[in-house]
Design a protein around this ligand. Structure first.
Ligand SMILES: C[S@@+](CC[C@H](N)C(=O)[O-])C[C@H]1O[C@@H](n2cnc3c(N)ncnc32)[C@H](O)[C@@H]1O
Length: 359
């Protein structure tokens, strides 16, 4: 279960306990092999998440010199190397790096493994074009300080790509009374500790660190999404079994990827449990703060307006996006997903969740 923690400042002792626990967890014997199975060969929901994350990384990366911070067994090193980048894979866990190295050997791929701590990177300032750090920062109470360290090793104009939980979704669920006391006030479980931040918090944090928010895309809609689980009235386990059946086809994964990229990324961050974030290390010559266009959350009041929002945010591409969806929905492999969304899922999500403002 995900701990629905907000980005509250924890007492230093507790924050230190979480960091120590995580370090022990990721260095235990056999963890590399286990992670390899869970992250790569697991159920279709996780596989779809994998496809979407790799697409997001490839679409936003600046190369050629990339640091994968908390690289694990190389989930992002492979596709980035194949796309022509030079990736340094840093991780604190020898277990994870050894597994990555063994896999690389099998696939005749390069894996430049460096054992090190993301809190004190063993690199000079500005040596990377991008830092990518997926499923890492969201587990660290001191994520802001680690971001500062990432910003140090990225050149001016370079990028930092990472993910966090959605603070808007957590605030929405709390307001709707859909969180239990254990989610909000219970003792913190270091294993499932997972931070949610809002877009506003991100923009402020970026500003403090001399970085700029360049992209903020909600995603992971079908993966343990408490909004879907709690608002749609489908018991959690039943929903999971159905989704596993529905997403077990390539056509369905394509449609899911398209929905994430063209629709969820521009709707309210309340809809998704996670967000994919791109920060830019501002070149020193840029003084003025420019907010990226997709940082405006639509603020409309009824479902009929959604069509208008989508048209507005997709701009001239709207008809093209609809044509793309039409093409995919007619794929027999994607039909079940389309029907599920249209008839069972979206009608049950409250209108305000689509249109919740971030401020
Ligand atoms: C959930 S895994 C993610 C791995 C990879 N980024 C992926 O998405 O497949 C988290 C990784 O962070 C690493 N990690 C944890 N604490 C770290 C630290 N202080 N410095 C470097 N790596 C760390 C762990 O060893 C583990 O490999």
């Amino acid at each position: 279960m995900n701990q629905l923690s907000r980005d509250t400042k924890l007492p230093e002792g507790q924050a230190e306990d979480i960091r120590r626990f995580k370090r022990r967890y990721w260095t235990q014997a056999g963890i590399g092999k286990e992670y390899q199975y869970v992250a790569y060969q697991a159920d279709p929901i996780t596989r779809s998440k994998n496809v979407i994350e790799i697409r997001l990384v490839l679409a936003n990366i600046l190369g050629p010199h990339v640091l994968d911070a908390g690289a694990g067994t190389g989930r992002f090193a492979w596709p980035l190397e194949r796309a022509g980048h030079k990736v340094v894979s840093l991780d604190i866990s020898r277990e994870m790096l050894e597994q990555g190295t063994a896999l690389a050997r099998k696939r005749s791929l390069t894996f430049r493994a460096v054992r090190g701590d993301i809190e004190r990177l063993p690199f000079e300032d500005g040596v990377f074009d991008s830092v990518v750090s997926i499923t890492v920062l969201r587990h660290f109470p001191n994520w802001r300080e680690i971001l500062r360290e990432y910003g140090r090793v990225v050149r001016p104009g370079g990028r930092i790509l990472f993910d966090m939980g959605s603070g808007e979704q957590r605030a929405y669920l709390e307001k709707a009374g859909a969180l239990t006391d254990a989610n909000t006030n219970g003792p913190i479980d270091p294993l499932s500790f997972d931070i949610g931040v809002t877009r506003r918090e991100l923009v402020e944090c970026a500003k403090d660190l001399g970085l700029r928010l360049r992209n903020d895309s909600p995603y992971d809609f079908f993966n343990s999404n408490p909004l879907v689980e709690r608002m749609c009235g489908i018991p959690k386990e039943e929903l999971k079994v159905r989704l596993i059946g529905i997403l077990n086809k390539t056509g369905a994964v394509h449609l899911y990827e398209l929905i994430t990229r063209r629709f969820l990324s521009v709707l309210s961050p309340v809809l998704c449990p996670s967000r994919f974030i791109v920060l830019e290390n501002r070149p020193t010559s840029i003084e003025r703060d420019e907010f990226p266009a997709n940082c405006e959350t639509p603020s409309l009041e009824s479902r009929e307006w959604l069509d208008l929002v989508l048209r507005q945010v997709s701009g001239a591409d709207f008809d093209e996006v609809c044509a793309e969806v039409d093409l995919l929905r007619n794929d027999p492999e994607a039909e079940a997903l389309y029907r599920f969304c249209e008839t069972e899922l979206f009608p049950k999500i409250p209108v305000e969740a689509f249109t919740w403002r971030t401020d």
